[in-house]
Design a protein around this ligand. Structure first.
Ligand SMILES: Nc1ncnc2c1ncn2[C@@H]1O[C@H](COP(=O)(O)OP(=O)(O)OP(=O)(O)O)[C@@H](O)[C@H]1O
Length: 770
C-alpha cells in the first residue's frame, strides 16, 4: 500500500445510495488507488477551481473527488475521499476548507443549490468535464425581479454567520435566500455546522442561543491553522477504507447511527460527569442512541473483568429487547457481557427475589386489579365518602410515593398537586381505609407494582446504608481490613451493585424506582447515573423531583434538538398537540426536577408529505378508509427506488386509543380487507402479520416508516366518559388526565418517519392541531 484512503462522512452516505455496479467499481478503484495513486488509468487531476480537490476515475461515468491530507505517521500518503459523483455533476466550483470554528475539513458543494439563489448571487457553475456536444452551462442572467422578496435571514450579517461557523462559500448565498425551500436546497449538501446554525436561525432561535447551543459545544479552544489539512483530518469524522468498508457500505443507512454521532450527541457520550447527568430532547433526537453510545463508552473504560458493572435500564420489556439488539450490534460480545440490560420492574422483582424466603413471594398485579379490590372493600363497608380511584391514587402518590409509614406521618405528609385538601379527621378515615385495603391485598398474597417498587427501594437503601457504615468504620480504624467484622456479618462482598447506570425513557419511572437506582450505584463516584428522557412524552402519572430523591443533576442537564426521525411536516403538527397556540394558559412541562423543560429549537431537516387529517362520518367508514390507505401504502413500500421487491412487513403501523379498538381494527382489516396484522403487546409484536396494530401506550420508543392514527375523535382522545367528572370534582386531576392524553397523542404522532395519517369519526379530538 502506498496510499491510505479515508471516507468523508457525506461520501459514505452517498455511497449507500449508489447502484450495486457503481459500488463494485468503487471497491476496485479503492484497491488500485491504495496500491498506486499515480496509476495512469486513474487519471488523477486537480480541479481548476479549488486546487486542493483532485478528481480521479472510478468508472466511465463516475469520478471520485479527493483531497490530500499529508503523510501518516507510518510514512504512507494520506487522502480524504470527499465525494463519488457522476462526471456531469463534477463542477470546478467545488470547495474544500478547514472550518475556523471546529477545525474540521468541510466539503462545500453548490451543485445542489437552487438555480434561482445561484443566479441572484451571480454564481455560474462550470462542469469540470463538459459534454463535447454542449456548451458550458452558463446560467442566464436573471431578469430584475419586480419586487424583491425579503431575505429569510436579513437580520444577520456575514460577520455573524462566519463567527457562528458557517462555511465561507455559503455565507453570501445564505444571506440572499428568500424561502425555506431555497434554504433547504442550499443546505442539502452543506457541512453539518453550517446546516445547524442556519436552520437554527431560520427556525427563530436567538443568535445567542445558537452560539451557546450549537457553536460553542463544537468550538476548538484555539483557532485552527486553516492550511494544515493533516491536523484537520484528525478532527474530522472519517472511516478508513479497508476491507471491512465493503460490508459497511452494503449495510447501508441502517448503520449510520452506529458511526456518525452529531457533535452535540458525541459530546454527551464522551463527557466526564462528576455526578448524575440528564439528557432531554424531543422525540427522535437520538436520546436512546446517545444512551447506547454512552454505555459503549463506559464499557470501554472498564478495567478487565467478568462482572457486569453497567446497568442499562428502561421502562418496558419490549424496549429492553430493542436496546439489547441494538447494543449487540454496536459493541463487541466481550463488552456486551459487562452490561446488565433489564427493565425497571424486572430489577425491582430481582431485588425482592433476593430478599424473600422461598415460597414467600407475592404475585404482582396491575393497578386495575387493585382498583377492583378497593371497590369491593368500599362496597362491603358501604363507605361512599371517597371514590376508589381517589383512594388508590392517595395511596400510590402520597403514602407509597413518600414512604409514609405511620398515621401521624400521614397527618403531616405533603399532598401537593392532589387537588382537594383533606381535614385531619378525613386523613384519619383515609388512613384506616388504606390499612384495610393493604391488609386485604396481603391476605390475597398479591401486591401492586408500585408496592413492589417501594419495597425494593427500601431493601436497596438499607443495603447502601450498610455499605456506607462499613466504609466509615474502615476509615475510623485507619483503613485496616475488617476481617472479624466482615466474617461475622457476611458483609465482605457487599458493594454497590453497579459502577454506572444508564436510564432511558426516564420520564415514566416512579419515585421509588429512582430511590432504588440511586442506592444501586456509589454516589461518591463520577459518571454514576446517566438519564435520558422527555417529559413531553410522559404517559404515566409518575412525576418526580430528582433532587428530592437524592439525585442531583443541577449543572449536568443538556438538551438535544435535532430530530433524526420525523419530517419537518410531521413535527410541526405534533408540536401543536403539546404546545397549542390557542391555549391561553400555557402548558408547562417539568425537567424531572424543580424546573421546567421546553422544546425550543426542536427541528428536523427531513422532508416528507404533510400529515393527512381525514374526517369520517362513522367508525365503520373510518375503518374502510384505513384499509384503503394501508393497501396503498403496502403497495408503495413493496418495491425499492429501483423497482426491486421489498418486504413491507413491520414498516407500517396503526395506532388506536384502547384495546377494544385494537381488536375491532384487526378484525376489520383481517376479515374484510385481507390485511394481516400483528398486535403490539408488552413483549413486542405478536405474530408475523404485516401491519402492527396497538394502543398508543405500546408505541413508546418505537418508530415506523408510515403510521395511521385512527379513532382520534372527540370523546375518545381524551376518553371523556372516564375523566369528565373530575372537571368539577378534582380539577388538578382533570388537568393531569388531559395532559397525559395530549402526551399520548404526541408520542403516537412522532413515531412516524415518513408519512402520518390521522383520522376520526364524528367530531375530531380537541387536541388535534386544526
Ligand atoms: N447520529 C445519528 N445518525 C443517524 N441516525 C440517527 C442518529 N441519531 C439518531 N438517529 C436515528 O434517529 C431515530 C431516533 O433516535 P432515538 O430513538 O435515539 O431518538 P429518541 O430521542 O430516543 O426518541 P424518542 O424520544 O421518540 O424515543 C433512530 O432511527 C436513530 O437511528
Amino acid at each position: 500500500m502506498t496510499a491510505r484512503l479515508r471516507l468523508y462522512r457525506k461520501a459514505e452516505q452517498e455511497l449507500y445510495k449508489l447502484d450495486r455496479s457503481v459500488k463494485s467499481d468503487f471497491y476496485n478503484f479503492c484497491h488500485h488507488f491504495r496500491d498506486n495513486p499515480e496509476l495512469p488509468g486513474l487519471r488523477k487531476k486537480q480541479l481548476k477551481g479549488d486546487s486542493r480537490i483532485w478528481s480521479a476515475r472510478v468508472s466511465k461515468d463516475y469520478r471520485a473527488l479527493l483531497t490530500p491530507t499529508g503523510v501518516d505517521a507510518d510514512g504512507i500518503e494520506s487522502w480524504l475521499l470527499i465525494a463519488v459523483r457522476h462526471r456531469k455533476d463534477v463542477y470546478e466550483e467545488l470547495q474544500v476548507a478547514v472550518n475556523r470554528v471546529t477545525g474540521e475539513i468541510e466539503f462545500v458543494d453548490l451543485s445542489v443549490v437552487g438555480q434561482s439563489a445561484l443566479r441572484r448571487a451571480g454564481i455560474t457553475l462550470t462542469p469540470a468535464e463538459p459534454e463535447p456536444e454542449t456548451k458550458p452551462q452558463a446560467v442566464e442572467p436573471a431578469p430584475e425581479p419586480v419586487l424583491a422578496a425579503p431575505a429569510l435571514l436579513s437580520a444577520y450579517d456575514a460577520g455573524q454567520l462566519r463567527e457562528l461557523g458557517v462555511a465561507d462559500q455559503l455565507i453570501e448565498l445564505a444571506l440572499i435566500v428568500t424561502t425555506s425551500e431555497e434554504l433547504d436546497q442550499l443546505l442539502e449538501g452543506a457541512p453539518l455546522l453550517s446546516k445547524d446554525v442556519l436552520y437554527g436561525l431560520a427556525a427563530g432561535m436567538d443568535i445567542d442561543d445558537v452560539r451557546r447551543e450549537i457553536t460553542a459545544p463544537v468550538e476548538l479552544d484555539e483557532r485552527p491553522d486553516l492550511d494544515d489539512f493533516a491536523a484537520a483530518l484528525s478532527r474530522t469524522k472519517v472511516t478508513t477504507v479497508d476491507d471491512d468498508v465493503r460490508d459497511a457500505i452494503e449495510e447501508g443507512d441502517f448503520r449510520a447511527w452506529k458511526v456518525f454521532l452529531h457533535p452535540t450527541q458525541e459530546r454527551l457520550v464522551h463527557r466526564h460527569y462528576k455526578g448524575p447527568a440528564r439528557v432531554s430532547g424531543g422525540p427522535g433526537t437520538g436520546k436512546t442512541i446517545v444512551a447506547l453510545h454512552r454505555v459503549k463508552h463506559l464499557a470501554e473504560q472498564l478495567p478487565p473483568g467478568h462482572s457486569k458493572p453497567i446497568l442499562l435500564t428502561t421502562f418496558t420489556k419490549n424496549l429492553t429487547t430493542d436496546l439489547r439488539l441494538r447494543l449487540a450490534s454496536l459493541i463487541e460480545p466481550e463488552l456486551l457481557a459487562r452490561v446488565d440490560i433489564a427493565h425497571i420492574d424486572q430489577l425491582a422483582a430481582r431485588v425482592l427475589g433476593e430478599n424473600t424466603a422461598p415460597g414467600r413471594g407475592k404475585q404482582r398485579v396491575y393497578d386495575h386489579v387493585a382498583l377492583n379490590e378497593m371497590r369491593q372493600l368500599l362496597a362491603e363497608l358501604d363507605d361512599r365518602r371517597f371514590e376508589p380511584e381517589f383512594l388508590l391514587e392517595e395511596w400510590e402518590q402520597v403514602i407509597l410515593g413518600q414512604a409514609v409509614a405511620t398515621r401521624s406521618d400521614y397527618f403531616n405528609a405533603r399532598r401537593a398537586g392532589r387537588g382537594r385538601a383533606l381535614t385531619r379527621p378525613e386523613r384519619n378515615h383515609v388512613w384506616k381505609l388504606i390499612e384495610q385495603f393493604t391488609a386485604r391485598l396481603d391476605k390475597l398474597g398479591v401486591e401492586t407494582w408500585g408496592q413492589a417498587a417501594e419495597r425494593a427501594a427500601r431493601h436497596e437503601i438499607e443495603r447502601a446504608a450498610k455499605i456506607r457504615a462499613r466504609r466509615e468504620y474502615k476509615e475510623e480504624i485507619g483503613g485496616k481490613d475488617l476481617i472479624h467484622r466482615d466474617n461475622s456479618s457476611g458483609m465482605r462482598y457487599l458493594g454497590y451493585r453497579y459502577r454506572h447506570i444508564v436510564v432511558d425513557e426516564a420520564q415514566d419511572l416512579r419515585p421509588a424506582h429512582w430511590k432504588m437506582l440511586r442506592a444501586m450505584a456509589d454516589p461518591d463516584l463520577p459518571n454514576d447515573l446517566f438519564i435520558a428522557g422527555d417529559t413531553h412524552q410522559r404517559i404515566y402519572d409518575h412525576q418526580v423531583a430528582l433532587g428530592a430523591l437524592g439525585i442531583n443533576i443541577r449543572g449536568r442537564a443538556s438538551r438535544l434538538t435535532l430530530s433524526y426521525r420525523t419530517t419537518k411536516e410531521i413535527l410541526a403538527e405534533a408540536l401543536r398537540v403539546v404546545e397549542p397556540k390557542e391555549n391561553s394558559g400555557k402548558i408547562t412541562y417539568d425537567d424531572l426536577d424543580d424546573g421546567t423543560d421546553n422544546l425550543a429549537g426542536y427541528r428536523s431537516v427531513l422532508h416528507g408529505p404533510k400529515p393527512g387529517f381525514v374526517p369520517y362520518a362513522t367508525w365503520e367508514d373510518e375503518l374502510a378508509g384505513l384499509a384503503a390507505t394501508l393497501t396503498a401504502w403496502r403497495a408503495e413500500l413493496s418495491t425499492d427506488e429501483n423497482g426491486a421487491p421489498l418486504d413491507p412487513s413491520g414498516r407500517i403501523a396503526v395506532c388506536v386509543a384502547d384495546r377494544d379498538m385494537v381488536s375491532q381494527t384487526m378484525y376489520y382489516l383481517e376479515t374484510k380487507a385481507g390485511i394481516t396484522c400483528a398486535e403490539l403487546t408488552k413483549e413486542g409484536p405478536k405474530g408475523d402479520g404485516e401491519i402492527h396494530v396497538g394502543t398508543m401506550h405500546r408505541f413508546k420508543g418505537l418508530e415506523y416508516q408510515r403510521l395511521a392514527i385512527v379513532g382520534a375523535s372527540d370523546g375518545i382522545i381524551p376518553r371523556t366518559s372516564a375523566i369528565e367528572r373530575y372537571r368539577t370534582e378534582d380539577p388538578p386531576r382533570y388537568e393531569r388526565e388531559q395532559r397525559k392524553a395530549r402526551s399520548l397523542l404526541f408520542v403516537a404522532a412522532t413515531r412516524a418517519r415518513d408519512a402520518l395519517n390521522i383520522s376520526w369519526h364524528d367530531k375530531p379530538s380537541p387536541f388535534l392541531p386544526m
